[in-house]
Design a protein around this ligand. Sequence first.
Ligand SMILES: CC(C)(COP(=O)(O)OP(=O)(O)OC[C@H]1O[C@@H](n2cnc3c(N)ncnc32)[C@H](O)[C@@H]1OP(=O)(O)O)[C@@H](O)C(=O)NCCC(=O)NCCS
Length: 325
Amino acid sequence: MSPVVIRPADPVVDYPAVATLLSAVSPSPVTADQIRAWDDRDADSRDADGVIRRRAVADLDGQVVAYSLVYREPFDPPGSFYLWVTVADGRRGQGVGGFVYEEALAFARSHGATALRSEVQEAAPDALAWATRRGFTIERHTYESTLDLASFDETPFAGLLDRVAGAGIRLFSLAEGGNTPELRRQLYEANYRGVLDDPGYTGRAWLSYAQFSHFFTERWFQPEGQFLAADGDAVIGLSAITCNAETGEATQMITAVDAPYRGQGIAQALKLRAVLYARSRGARLIRTNNDSTNAPMLAINRKLGFRPEPGLYRLIRALPEAGED
Ligand SMILES: CC(C)(COP(=O)(O)OP(=O)(O)OC[C@H]1O[C@@H](n2cnc3c(N)ncnc32)[C@H](O)[C@@H]1OP(=O)(O)O)[C@@H](O)C(=O)NCCC(=O)NCCS
């Protein structure tokens, strides 16, 4: 067997193979175009903010057999890097993963890594054991839930939207609100407050408005699917969803309501609007991810009919000084 050669992934030549590897371990399919779009997201801020992102492939006899990602986002604490490795199904158990991991680790270290983050699917106990053997420990457990839109029943929620409106809270999408710079800014700030308040929040800083603004130009960002709740002119809650026409699936992203407004059904009303939007766009399924300790959000999802699926473990590893691994 000729040796495995690791090289930076070429967006044109290698991304289709990388997409195949990612699709094999992701809940929904990934395309080469999607990976290029993720790259574009950072392109503008890379130089200014010190983003490091290296996608590498392992080549064996002209075939891509493994992939690694080393990533440092601009808002990560100094020394903290995301590192992730996957090996093609038929090539596992032959030392390829360990080889690719060591190379990625050396790359991260050479850029100042002192701590690693990663993640594994709950449905992949072998991968968790593999990462545990390399010193990773579980930081958080999130799990996915799915809602089948063909059987979604909105009758239990009859009157909810009127009740929320009657309490003086306006619900509208970013598109319905005119998609104005002022509203976009308020959308960002409501996201920020929600992220910091999520029980799954791990204390990392979050996106600046300049970084968040890149989303407005991305294909997944649908102003019609960004639902806001406002008291007067002040945005006090949001729920964000996006529909992918190619896969027929929608992804429910953050829902958040400011603390003084909680317990009045506002989050449920926002999510109901999001669900009805996804159904009107022809989606057959909604996927969402929640921290396993977020009781109110899980209660809302259950009420709406979301079913829990296997989840994800977020992992961390503090790096010893070089040479002590
Ligand atoms: C999750 C969140 C959006 C809920 O907002 P809200 O407007 O208070 O939600 P609602 O009033 O519509 O519904 C809350 C439901 O959760 C239930 N609930 C609240 N606390 C609960 C608990 N500890 N255990 C079980 N159920 C609970 C309530 O009883 C209510 O259900 P009910 O109407 O059947 O009684 C809000 O807590 C929040 O913004 N949290 C921070 C951000 C976050 O974590 N977002 C989720 C990440 S996507």
